[in-house]
Design a protein around this ligand. Sequence first.
Ligand code: ATP
Ligand code: MG
Length: 262
Amino acid sequence: MTSAIKCENVLVAYGDLQVLRGVSFDITAGQGVVLLGANGCGKSTLMRSLNGLEKLQSGSICIHGDDLTKASGRQLRQIRRGMGYVFQQFNLVPQLSAFQNVLLGAMGRHRLGLLSCLSLTASAEERGKALYCLERVGMADRAMHRPSELSGGQQQRVAIARMLMQAPKLVVADEPIASLDPKAGREVLDILWRIVREEGLSMLCTLHQLDFAQEYADRIIGLKAGRVEIDAAITNTNIDQLNALYSGMTRVDAMPTEGVIA
Ligand SMILES: Nc1ncnc2c1ncn2[C@@H]1O[C@H](COP(=O)(O)OP(=O)(O)OP(=O)(O)O)[C@@H](O)[C@H]1O
Ligand SMILES: [Mg+2]
């Protein structure tokens, strides 16, 4: 089985603050994994580390077998092209329509120029694909609206369409529903996981809702104060274990730095 994300003893620090304290796991291609953990335990730091933006103190991260720590600039760009990010704050370009934002997803894949992404010179094929991606998330009828004219749930659906347009093999979603109300959050999560399953993608998705994690994930990775506390198939976890991630010393900034195994 091929590996989508393999982390081996990853250590990341910000100055004196040791955040990731020896994180290791291996996510198989096609797996949908939910990353759980309390505020400040290091989830977003780990997510950012996956695209080579954080400098590792030690350890390694391989994405589809390519070692980020050894990749050249060109290789890094190629690895990043195969990864789709979904963020809590959607990160749409406010001046562009939903349709143009989705076209942006093809920028890395086909080296489309900015003019093409603004749909001024995009090919009929790319425009058709962008519309199809909006259809997949139920947003085709809002294609010409700007983000400010859309609700949070609708904006996140456009962001998912942009990710789909990028045609990644791996999706990294950091709290994709944290800014949404329960109904919109459920709709967005349904769409995101449906697309991941239908396209056969791998996903690492952070959530704060344990019930959603149990419902959607194949597997749970639980972080506590910068260390992997749980790594198990969803069928081998119970709610008490998951709840324990949120009690005691959970934040990395509440922990002493000593005791890290490099
Ligand atoms: N760029 C940075 N510079 C300095 N410290 C940082 C930086 N990014 C994160 N931290 C610190 O690292 C720790 C872990 O933060 P991180 O954002 O990874 O946690 P998290 O698990 O994503 O939390 P949340 O659930 O609130 O999103 C925190 O103490 C945070 O203040
Ligand atoms: Mg975070």
